[in-house]
Design a protein around this ligand. Structure first.
Ligand code: SF4
Length: 499
């Protein structure tokens, strides 16, 4: 869809207006220049005095139909030019979104909000002393978020505070993420650092050598500085793609190096791919008191698993779930994805029916997103996916179904290029929430990333300012520089936590 926007010349508006257009059209092209090719012309009248006034008149060249929206808002006090522009942009985007909603009859449930952590915004408003009513009103007015999404956000915030009553006081502790970058094969939608375990990307042994080093150094720093660990999460890749013996040594390292491991609130190991789970590895997890794992079906349709490059069977997922239960895993998460190739409501219903037979403690429902670097995006034509209406129906189905089974939503995040502009939602039975997921979403404390592709997020305990630091994604670069990456992180920790 080619869109010509008349009346705005400031280039700073171009990208955000493009982003809004992309919510409505598969491929949109927005220009401030009239090239006579545009199907839609949107004339924006913007007046900025004591108040901001914007009017958008949309004209469809094909049908000759015209739609109009206008909005006026007084300024809230601002100090910098940047803050002033932010307010003007907000009004322009709202009026533009509204006129496109009128024209397409599509309601954008998240309004103009494109951030990936909506609940963080609500937490912030509530923490600043605003009442729920006021915070909700602001979300509705400032971003045009619909009531059902605001209610979902509130529900999640309430659940998070029930799961971690001291959520806002954990800034002097840290969580740890450990990235193991190997998988049996690469899934088509994947952009995680995941290298075939038998491939040529540097050896597993040398990678683990680097990881042990990082764990020892960071653990020592935490002990020396009396900083406690709230949660530990092993992700990747698939952390169970290494051997049982290698896993055993890794957890032994964790117990030796990290402070007060017995009192860490939660340790999770993603056993994501069922084809990596064995009795022997489950016994190792048991030995080190790790009982929260993820076994990820994504779908219970065999053809889908094949199409997305997951070389395991549906039966294998079910068998490995039961095996994990038998071996003492009593907090199992399962990931599902809405909108996988060739799947519609019927297929997703089947996946929910199968999930009902297992009822894991938590269930994360993702909506497929076309991430730029994935195989799926690069060969988009090869994969047929449902349209936005069907995606919306599947999402509604997931909401109803989880409610019927007694699950509660407890975290959510959004992604770019996500089908139907929807979200990913983590559900759990009350009391079985993944604390790590809450910590990573709400950015209330520092998360130190160790291993390949692990990004660290350092949250300043006083100011809340976030500093990021990423370890390299490929094992080869990691093996070459792990000492350097460790020391860099320790320097940041020194700046943040040393009194
Ligand atoms: S199992 Fe997960 S990390 Fe591994 S390739 Fe598939 S999506 Fe990527």
């Amino acid at each position: 869809m080619n869109i010509y926007i008349k009346g705005i010349e400031d280039e700073r508006f171009l990208r955000p207006l493009h982003r809004i257009s992309d919510l409505f059209f598969e491929e949109s092209n927005v220009s401030f220049e009239d090239d006579n090719e545009a199907q839609l012309k949107v004339e924006v009248e913007l007046k900025v005095h004591e108040e901001i006034y914007a009017k958008a008149v949309l004209h469809d060249a094909e049908t000759d139909k015209v739609f109009t929206e206008e909005l006026a808002k007084s300024f809230t006090p601002y100090e910098t030019e940047k803050e002033k522009f932010k307010q003007i942009k907000n009004v322009v985007l709202r009026v533009y979104l509204s006129v496109l909603q009128e024209y397409t009859s599509i309601v954008q449930k998240w309004g103009i909000l494109t951030g990936i952590r909506p609940t963080k915004l609500l937490h912030m408003k509530l923490q600043s002393g605003k009442s729920k009513e006021q915070a909700h009103r602001e979300l509705k007015e400032e971003y045009l978020i619909t009531d059902d999404k605001i209610n979902l956000m509130q529900h999640i915030v309430d659940r998070q505070l029930a799961a971690i009553p001291d959520l806002h006081e954990l800034k002097n502790e840290v969580s740890i993420y450990i990235g193991i970058p190997f998988c049996p094969t690469k899934c088509a939608y994947c952009t995680f650092p995941a290298y075939a375990i038998n491939g040529r990307q540097g050896s597993v042994t040398s990678f683990l050598g680097g990881l042990h080093y990082e764990m020892r150094e960071v653990g020592k720093w935490l002990k020396d500085n009396n900083v406690k660990i709230t949660t530990v999460y092993y992700g990747g890749g698939t952390p169970t793609s290494i051997t049982a013996e290698e896993m055993d040594m890794l957890y032994e390292e964790m117990y030796e190096s990290f402070p007060d491991v017995q009192n860490i609130r939660e340790i999770t190991v993603e056993a994501g791919r069922p084809d990596t789970i064995t009795e022997e590895k489950l016994a190792v997890l048991n030995k080190w008191n790790i009982d929260r794992i993820s076994v990820n079906p994504q779908s219970y349709i065999q053809e889908t698993l094949k199409a997305i490059g997951r070389h395991h069977t549906v039966e294998e997922t079910i068998d490995k779930f039961h095996l994990s239960r038998k071996m003492g895993m009593n907090n199992i998460n399962m990931d599902l994805i809405i909108g996988l190739p060739n799947e519609g409501v019927e297929e997703f219903q089947h996946t929910l029916d199968e999930s009902k037979k297992l009822l894991p403690e938590s269930l994360t429902v993702h909506t497929l997103s076309f991430k730029r670097a994935s195989e799926m995006t690069q060969n988009k034509r090869k994969y047929k996916v449902a349209d936005r209406y069907e995606i919306g129906k599947m999402m509604d189905l997931a909401t109803e179904w989880t409610q019927e089974q007694g699950y509660e939503p407890y975290y959510l995040y959004r992604q770019k290029n996500i089908l139907g502009n929807l979200e990913n939602v983590g559900y759990s039975f009350p009391g079985q929430e993944s604390l790590y997921n809450i910590m990573i979403m709400e950015e209330k404390q520092t998360i130190i990333g160790l291993g390949c592709g692990a990004s660290s997020k350092f949250v300043h305990p006083e100011t809340g300012i976030i500093t990021r630091f990423a370890n390299p994604k490929d094992p080869k670069s990691y093996n070459d520089g792990f000492e350097h990456y460790t020391q860099e992180k320790l320097k940041i920790l020194d700046e943040l936590f040393r009194k």
